[in-house]
Design a protein around this ligand. Structure first.
Ligand code: PEP
Ligand code: MG
Length: 583
């Protein structure tokens, strides 16, 4: 097979790792059926009940053994227990055994395939996730029917797990996590249960890679760069060395982490705030460690991950309280739940949509389902009484939507007898950002969500590797739109940040400072690095250089020009930075 093959997919959990390819899981196939004699029917059903009990016991043990600090909502394991006790699931397996006289394995496979077909036909990401839960359960049950079925739990050497079917939490839970260096999968979005679990154990994941079995053989060396969604199969020694050298960047990063527990100013004295993007209360610890000046984005929808019901207000209050408390008085921007698109909570009765990212999402849901909206706002306000916080609303398209949303917040404030909090818009829909001047007098602050904004401006799905070439933050027209928005905000004195991934990419720091951005919100790990870069920039010099972007028409030319800009403005500092990406 070809040496040094490079595959590209979707970065799901960032980081990089290398190890020997290990293929996990099996698709539940349409195998030939195995019949049983009528007198064996009772013992076959007993076998089914025994393995169900065994699976429940194992999930319970996983639950008890979980590191309490792991940032994983353990309720997924409760969901598995629930499926194992679900009368619809049990009834169908037992009926298949008793009416068709199939053995337990055949019955489980048929029932599983039937569930999967039904869920797939429903088409939404929610139902696809449920299908993967069923696969998970069925694979586990079937594995008990065989002694030594090839499932390994311990490894002699570091491995990269290759998952050529639906990625499930067992793929992480079953194996020795310290040896799992990365995961490559065909499916599984950023918010799949398995991705949430992998993230909590700091295991990089790249998904969306097809033809895995054609390109990778068991035991091949694989290097996964999940920061860029790349998978190197049988990489050359030079590539491995390049990544290993990056690993030595860890020490330099640690030095920067210690250095930047303070605010940063450009060389000519302009203060630039570097805030953190977080999802879970434990993320605040990392944000603090890396010197965050505050939190610029809490993705609160993770509060709902893997829950069977909307958490009651009191539980929500605890979640916000845990975040605010850890921040030691630093400001926190809480984004209302961005549900819809690829983030549909299990309890939410989302109708099937042809185009979920363009569909019923975030504020569009809230304005119709006010009970969710009001409960969340109440929880934030109750938790935030003695803290510095503000509320940000995602996916705002029109001014009228915003005015309606604000009046709901005002209603909650007056019901609670509390002051109206500061409220801002996440500009991520083209119509809204192009209309920013209209919004200015109605909002207290704003942030630009470049992740969605780029996908909507370029009509290129941010999760689809095939159209990735169109999804580019240095596209000249996009940069001009960002520049105009920053100017509109600065001219009117309205605080503005960028909280999309673009802001956390060190290759873009000089560019964004040059465009006039004074507030970045980025993944915690990159905070001290971005501060270090800022400290080498002259705000004036960057602003003067940036006027060039009007003369550049292609993305390639823009990339080339940006590289030369970074070299020129960062000078001798550039080669010493632990960048991890090409700048
Ligand atoms: C964005 O769209 O840029 C953003 C910050 O929100 P999310 O990535 O959660 O959609
Ligand atoms: Mg968004």
């Amino acid at each position: 097979m070809k040496k040094d093959l490079k595959l590209s997919g979707i970065p799901v959990v960032s980081g990089w790792g290398t190890g020997k390819a290990y293929f996990v899981g099996r698709v539940v196939p349409h195998t030939s059926t195995v019949s049983i004699a009528r007198q064996d029917l009772g013992s076959e059903i007993m076998r089914f009940n025994e393995i169900r009990e065994r699976a429940k016991e194992e999930y319970r043990q996983h639950l008890n053994g979980m590191d309490k600090s792991a940032q994983f909502d353990v309720s997924i394991l409760n969901i598995y227990e629930h499926i194992l006790d679900d009368p619809a699931f049990i009834g169908q397996v037992v009926e298949t055994i008793s009416t068709k006289l199939y053995d337990v394995e055949t019955a489980i496979r048929l029932v599983s395939n039937d569930f999967i077909k039904r869920f797939d036909a429903a088409g939404t990401s929610y139902f696809r996730e449920r299908a993967s839960d069923i696969v998970e359960i069925c694979e586990r049950l079937i594995s008990y029917l065989y002694a030594g079925d090839g499932r390994t739990t311990k490894f002699m050497e570091p491995v990269v797990l290759i998952v050529s079917r639906t990625f499930t939490p067992s793929d992480i839970l079953t194996y020795e996590k310290s040896k799992v260096q990365a995961v490559v999968t065909t499916s599984g979005g950023k918010t799949s249960h398995a991705a949430i679990l992998a993230r909590s154990y700091n295991i990089p994941v790249v998904s969306g890679i097809s033809h895995l079995t054609e390109n990778i053989s068991p035991g091949d060396t694989v290097l996964v760069d999940a920061n860029h969604g790349l998978v190197y199969v049988r990489p050359s020694a030079a590539i491995i060395t390049r990544y290993r050298n990056m690993a030595t960047d860890e020490n330099a990063l640690e030095e920067l982490r210690k250095k930047w527990q303070r605010p940063v100013y450009t060389r000519d004295g302009v203060k630039i705030e570097i805030l953190a993007n977080i999802s879970l209360p434990d993320d605040v610890d990392m944000a603090n460690e890396y010197g965050a000046d505050g939190i610029g984005l809490v993705r609160t929808e993770y509060l709902l991950s893997n829950r069977k019901e909307m958490p009651p207000v009191d539980v929500q209050v605890e979640y916000y309280d845990a975040i605010f408390k850890k921040l030691n008085k630093k400001h926190c921007v809480v984004r209302l739940m961005d549900i819809g698109g690829d983030k549909v909570p299990q309890f939410f009765d989302m109708p099937p949509e042809f185009n979920p990212f363009m569909g019923w999402r975030a504020i569009r849901i809230f304005l119709e389902r006010r009970e969710y909206f009001e409960a969340q706002v109440e929880a934030i306000m109750r938790a935030g009484q003695s803290y510095s916080y503000s509320i940000m609303i995602p996916m705002v398209t029109t001014l009228q939507e915003w005015i309606d949303a604000k009046s709901v917040i005002a209603g909650v404030a007056s019901r609670l007898g509390m002051e109206m909090p500061k409220c801002g818009v996440l500009f991520e829909v083209p119509l809204a950002i192009l209309g920013m001047p209209m919004f200015i007098k109605e909002i207290d602050f704003a942030s630009i969500g470049t992740n969605d904004l780029i996908q909507y401006l370029s009509a290129a799905d941010r999760n689809n590797a095939k159209v990735n070439y169109l999804y580019n933050p240095v596209e000249p027209v996009f940069l001009r739109i960002i520049r105009d928005a920053i100017k509109t905000a600065n001219d009117s004195g309205m605080p503005l940040s960028i909280c999309g991934e673009m802001a956390g990419n060190p290759a873009h720091t000089v560019l964004l400072v040059g465009l006039g951005l004074r507030r970045f919100s980025v993944i915690p790990r990159n905070i001290s690095l971005i501060k270090e870069i800022v400290s080498h920039i002259s705000y004036m010099e960057a602003a003067e250089s940036i006027s060039h972007i009007d003369a550049i028409d292609s993305t390639d030319d823009m990339s080339r020009w940006l590289k030369s800009l970074n070299k020129r403005l960062l000078g001798d500092a550039l080669p010493k930075l632990p960048l991890g990406v090409e700048v």
